[in-house]
Design a binder for this molecule. Structure first.
Ligand SMILES: Cc1ncc(COP(=O)(O)O)c(C=O)c1O
Length: 377
């Protein structure tokens, strides 16, 4: 039986990447040259690994069109690490950080951020059960400017940065247009839709993404940060969390997660070979529309997220009861459709349709939806 993995992350990798890993596992061949060991056993200071990480950075730059005044960092600590690393580096004394809360991840990021300084929640959709992306009220920013007690000479709002999670994995909402007209850099947690669509890097101060959804295995977090933000950090922060320090050492200050970076490098090449981000975006729209159309036409299931804010990556849906939810998940598992249970804090179902998910996986899920519905509606 063919299985399809709808896990929200760590998530499905392209079969071609898994095949390459299998070939390389006993002995890594870099550009056809055997390295005498697997990739997990070679030094990160060796020429082969240094070339690999350089190529991975270049591939990422090509895919996203990253301007030359941005650094690319391969860091550890996951997205949770960045929840702390961002304020540690960017939140100035006497200023605040403005968070847009569209789900559990941005809420956690704001809570973590508040350990390091003042955080204000500029908009939240918690009251709407995170079934939409809250709209940023620009009047709030204007008010902040008026009330700012620090250095107001630049006419700024006393805001060090604005923060948004551009795809909330648990609640299945996605920001389709990033806020603009901001008076401070925008920080974006793009973990769960990274490289599934084009993004205007120049409109952001910093973008980060844990690799384990669309780009590789857990263990590496990609950070894209504008040069002028590198040196904001006070000196007294740990070296491994210091953006400028990591940039100076090209992410090789301490031992990096070599295996995760190697798989990420393979996945970046796979994305390029498939046609890059325009093609990833086309596939994401095709896959998610098929499923949302079926759910919107269903008598049993409902997709609760506001249509214009729906995620192309994480399709969240519900049946009328937890019992039916559980029966549907079991029904799917018997058909090889795995990991469809919703997040533990939300319940319901969630189908994660990342870059590696083929259309045939969505077709198999649609058949299951129809069959199950016929016996339960
Ligand atoms: C959007 C988003 N941000 C942050 C996180 C936390 O990531 P990690 O557990 O790797 O720290 C996740 C995890 O799924 C996520 O989906």
């Amino acid at each position: 039986m063919q299985t399809f993995n709808f896990s929200p992350g760590p998530a499905m990798l392209p079969p071609e990447v898994i095949e390459q890993i299998k070939n390389d596992l006993p002995e890594w061949k870099w550009k056809g040259v055997p390295q005498g060991a697997s990739v997990m056993e070679v030094s990160h200071r060796g020429k082969a690994f240094e070339e690999l990480i350089d190529e991975a950075e270049q591939d990422l730059r090509d895919l996203l069109g990253i301007p030359s005044n941005y650094r690319v960092l391969f860091m550890q600590g996951g997205a949770w690490g960045q929840f702390a690393c961002v304020p540690m580096n960017l939140l100035r004394a006497n200023e605040r950080a403005g968070y847009i809360v569209s789900g559990g991840w941005s809420k956690s990021a704001a809570e973590e951020g508040s350990k390091f300084g003042e955080v204000s929640i500029l908009a939240s959709s918690e009251d709407a059960l995170f079934n939409l992306v809250p709209k940023l009220n620009y009047d709030v920013i204007e008010n902040n400017k008026k009330n700012h007690k620090g250095d107001n000479s630049q006419g700024n709002s006393g805001t060090s940065y604005y923060y948004i999670c551009s795809n909330e994995t648990v609640y299945g909402n996605e920001v389709h247009t990033l806020p603009s007209k901001l008076d401070a850099p925008l920080v974006v947690d793009a973990s769960s839709h990274f490289l599934s669509r084009r993004i205007d890097v120049a409109s952001c101060g910093l973008i980060y993404a844990g690799a384990q959804k669309n780009v590789g295995p857990a263990g590496v977090t990609i950070v894209i940060v504008r040069d002028d933000l590198l040196d904001r950090a006070p000196k007294a922060i740990p070296a491994v969390w210091h953006y400028a320090h990591m940039a100076k050492h090209k992410s090789l200050f301490n031992t990096p997660p070599v295996f995760s970076i190697y798989v990420t490098a393979l996945t970046l090449k796979w994305i390029k070979a498939q046609g890059g981000l325009p093609e990833m975006e086309r596939r994401a729209i095709a896959r998610s529309s098929m499923l949302y159309d079926a759910l919107d036409g269903s008598k049993l299931f409902k997709a609760p997220v506001l249509i214009e804010d729906r995620s192309r990556m994480n399709v969240v849906f519900d049946s009328p009861s937890v019992e039916i939810d559980a029966a549907f998940v079991k029904f799917c598992e018997a058909r090889g459709l795995m990991s469809l249970r919703g997040h533990r804090v939300r319940g319901g179902m969630r189908a994660s349709l990342y870059n590696a998910m083929p259309v045939s996986g969505v077709e198999a899920l649609l058949s299951a939806v129809r069959e199950f519905e016929a016996s339960h509606a």
